[in-house]
Design a protein. Structure first.
Length: 167
């Protein structure tokens, strides 16, 4: 019985290691190539507020959440991102090809989202950043990308990444 348990434990550990390595490899492969933040044109939220990613990331790490209304996984991650914003974390987002400002604003209000949303209605911003998957999370600190992941992530996972970026 013990040898069987030991065998299963070893196999489980091997599977976990393979999963972690594969996750890091996928993040590396999908990693965006953000433009120099100081050279970006002014970005505007759906409620016409000017956003400067360089300024927002000057004091503490900034989580930029690339998502879309049509993305199934985003429906699972958006509440986690909203929770971060409610907890006072530095969060802004880019909605990719998700309709006009009025439609997006209605969706934001109905879901009670509190983080700023930049509407990338034609996909120009995500294309400029070379974002290839939604959802994607880019962490910027002092004007430079310091972290990236894509796919589902928990609020604790994102908090850990933001904490690590600020070290």
């Amino acid at each position: 019985m013990r040898s069987r348990l030991r065998k299963w434990s070893k196999e489980l550990i091997v599977l976990i290691v393979i999963f972690v390595v594969a996750s890091f490899a996928m993040d590396w492969w999908r990693q965006p190539m953000p433009p120099a933040l100081t050279n970006l044109p002014e970005l505007y939220t759906v409620d016409n507020k000017v956003v400067s990613l360089a300024e927002l990331s000057a004091e503490k790490p900034l989580l930029i959440y690339f998502w879309a209304t049509w993305c199934g996984v985003c429906k699972l991650t958006t509440p986690s991102v909203n929770s971060l914003a409610l907890d006072g974390y530095n969060v802004t987002s880019v909605a990719i090809r998700s309709g006009d400002n009025a439609k997006l604003e209605r969706g934001i209000q109905s879901k009670g989202l509190v983080f700023p949303v930049i509407n990338d209605s034609r996909g120009d911003i995500s294309q400029q950043w070379k974002i290839s998957a939604t959802p994607s999370f880019v962490i910027v600190y002092k004007g430079e990308m310091v972290g990236f992941t894509s796919g589902w992530s928990s609020s604790w996972g994102l908090k850990l990444r933001l904490w690590w970026a600020g070290l």
